[in-house]
Write a protein that binds this ligand. Structure first.
Ligand SMILES: NC(=O)c1ccc[n+]([C@@H]2O[C@H](COP(=O)([O-])OP(=O)(O)OC[C@H]3O[C@@H](n4cnc5c(N)ncnc54)[C@H](O)[C@@H]3O)[C@@H](O)[C@H]2O)c1
Length: 257
């Protein structure tokens, strides 16, 4: 069997890195993108140290040219793309009334436009290939419920859900599936920043906002990148071949839809 190739954006740390390690363990060759080139290289080196095949491709996923370059470099190196994971994303903690035009542009550029470019670049390549191509997007519980202080972030994740549904319908004829994972409260750098920013507005001490949000988790513990990666492993595998257009909660029981 030929090795399958998975591209993961924003995989220098956090959830993306967790997904990279899980897919490598599943037998994929993994292409590690990150805006932070050093982090991308470090993660690729760590994977190689574990005996996995990995390639670092730094780049800014809010730029269409960088996204297409990522796809091209992958195809140049490995000849195909089986799985493309639009994981890169940023947060924004602000009351809606204080949000500036620049704030909106910045977050939409990566969380929404980046996902569109990723779908385009992946589809362009996957259409030329045999077999099922899989495009997987990072959504969120905030893609199913709007959260206060995270209003524009929530809007970007609702957009990811819309794009997932629309792209799934457009690309089904090419045997390309499009699905999303919707994590809850994962202990990554992203939540460290959210916690700090929320504290500035509410006066809560460091760690308190994270704890307060985590109380909503039915399973009683905060989420690890591995919890997300376990589900993405399914989305990347042939077991999910009959599933498309879905944005599925993997949150320990926060949002019930
Ligand atoms: N942490 C959570 O609780 C949580 C919950 C739901 C959804 N998510 C989503 O999961 C994804 C990953 O989140 P995380 O918690 O691992 O975040 P993180 O901030 O810990 O890591 C994200 C990585 O993406 C990279 N990145 C940022 N902008 C980029 C760009 N323009 N191009 C390429 N790389 C870029 C960063 O350098 C960073 O290494 C995001 O889309 C996020 O919205 C996270």
């Amino acid at each position: 069997m030929t090795t399958k190739i998975a591209v993961i954006t924003g995989a220098g740390q956090g959830i993306g890195k967790g997904i990279a390690f899980r897919l490598a363990k599943d037998g994929f060759t993994v292409v590690i993108n990150d805006l932070d080139g050093e982090l991308a290289e470090e993660t690729a080196t760590e994977l190689k140290d574990h005996g996995y095949d990995a390639l670092a491709v730094p780049g800014d996923m809010s730029k269409q040219t960088d996204v297409f370059k990522l796809a091209k470099k992958t195809v140049d190196a490995y000849g195909r793309i089986d799985v493309f994971i639009n994981n890169a994303g940023i947060e924004q903690v602000k009351p809606l009334e204080e949000v500036t035009e620049e704030d909106i542009n910045t977050i939409f550029n990566i969380n929404v436009f980046g996902v569109i470019y990723g779908i385009q670049a992946a589809a362009q390549q996957m259409k030329k290939q045999d077999g099922v191509g899989k495009i997987i997007n990072a959504c969120s519980i905030a893609g199913h419920k709007g959260f206060d202080m995270l209003s524009v972030y929530s809007a970007t994740k609702f957009s990811v859900r819309a794009l997932t549904q629309a792209a799934a319908q457009e690309l089904a004829q090419y045997q390309i599936t499009v699905n999303s994972y919707c994590p809850g409260i994962v202990g990554t750098k992203m939540w460290e920043r959210i916690d700090k920013e929320m504290g500035k507005y509410s006066g809560a001490a460091e760690g308190e906002s994270f704890k307060a949000f985590s109380k909503a988790i039915s399973l009683g513990r905060t989420q690890e990148p591995e919890d997300v990666a376990n589900f993405v492993s399914y989305l990347a595998s042939s077991d999910s071949d009959y599933m498309t257009g879905q944005s599925v909660m993997i949150d320990g029981g926060v949002i019930f839809s």
